[in-house]
Design a protein around this ligand. Structure first.
Ligand code: NAD
Length: 323
């Protein structure tokens, strides 16, 4: 029997993991809502492995402590490794696993949901109707059919997004440093960034955050876009320069902005949930625009994705046990 401490475990994670664990009787899971950190690492004493999430702090100090107390594997319930000191884990002979692709469809569908909220102004209509106001002034929308969509990054999520938009009858322009032939056969067109900027009515970001994509959406790139362009970001906040996006909202260059992620969101993940972000003045200003819709990094958050994360995490731990 392998004993596993599950950190940062919300009630929905616990429910999904316990249902999946019925099929892995050799794993004994203990659930902790606490985030793993130097303050909470003693909770892992006596466990063979831990299962963690993006907000857990698995730095060198924590890893050395875990190794001294018998932990031999870390199963991340997320795709990225940024919160783990992999060198320290290797040195301590602790194996690290992750869930590489848990929800391309979920995130792609969320990007589409942001587009469809903005193009029909559903967020504003909902509040009006709740107040008994059925007036349509200011709610004029536009069809997606025949519009040009620009997709930057056509990996797992971008590909799912492009397929959906083709289904709406859109022209889909793609940009990626490694084009995907499957999308060309679906009628999508690869192009350079300049053309994508110039011709797209809606631009959706699905590339990773790295040195070449940091602040990809800034005043220079926005200047090359159509007036009133819609920008959607479900990838990583710092792909968009938030202050310059606000300037473009004031000038009307950006007509619609849909964000599931934003630059300052680490404040949510790495500090207390109630902290910095809601006091951030740029973020607050963004929320005042009627043509901006913001969600709280929920793109992945579907039952299907949670089921996949739970099943892969338990599979990883079982492989480790069998090795
Ligand atoms: P992926 O690795 O499958 O695809 C990324 C694509 O971006 C690749 O095709 C790659 O070639 C391309 N790319 C890399 N650098 C580029 C550049 N400079 N310009 C253009 N394209 C570039 O990744 P994915 O699983 O599709 O995830 C995409 C993004 O979505 C990631 O940033 C990830 O962090 C984010 N994400 C968000 C959520 C959420 O809940 N909102 C959930 C999961 C992933």
């Amino acid at each position: 029997m392998m004993k596993v401490a599950v950190f940062s475990c919300k009630p929905y994670d616990q429910r999904t993991l316990s249902e999946a664990a019925v099929h892995t009787p050799s794993l004994a899971l203990t659930y902790f809502e606490s985030r793993l950190s130097p303050e909470t690492m003693s909770l892992a004493n006596g466990f063979d492995a831990i299962a963690c999430f993006v907000n857990d702090n698995i730095d060198r100090h924590v890893i050395e402590y875990l190794a001294r107390h018998g932990v031999r594997a870390i199963a991340l319930r997320c795709a990225g490794f940024n919160n783990v000191d992999l060198y320290a884990a290797k040195a301590a002979n602790i194996k690290v696993y992750h869930v590489p692709d848990y929800s391309p469809t979920s995130v792609a569908e969320h990007a589409v949901a942001l587009i469809m909220t903005l193009n029909r102004k559903t967020h504003r209509a909902y509040h009006r109707v709740k107040e008994g106001n059925f007036a349509l002034e200011g709610l004029l929308g536009f069809n997606l059919q025949s519009r040009t969509i620009g997709c930057i990054g056509t990996g797992r999520i971008g590909q799912a997004f492009c397929s959906i938009m083709r289904g709406f009858g859109c022209r889909v322009l793609c940009y990626d440093i490694a084009p995907n032939d499957a999308l060309i056969s679906q009628g999508c067109e690869y192009t350079d960034l300049e053309t994508l900027y110039a011709e797209s009515d809606i631009i959706s970001l699905h590339c990773p955050l790295n040195a070449s994509t940091h602040h990809l959406i800034n005043s220079q790139s926005l200047a090359k876009m159509k007036d009133g362009v819609m920008i959607i970001n479900t990838s990583r906040g710092a792909l968009v320069n938030a202050q310059q996006a606000i300037d473009a909202l004031y000038s009307g260059k950006i007509g619609y902005l849909g964000l599931d992620v934003y630059e300052q969101e680490n404040a949510i993940f790495f500090e207390d949930m109630s902290s910095n972000i809601i006091h951030d003045s740029v973020f607050q200003l963004m929320l005042t625009f009627p043509n901006v819709v913001v969600t709280g990094h929920q793109g992945y958050f579907t039952q299907e994705a949670l089921d996949h994360i739970a099943a892969t995490t338990l599979e990883n731990l079982t492989h480790f046990e069998e090795d």
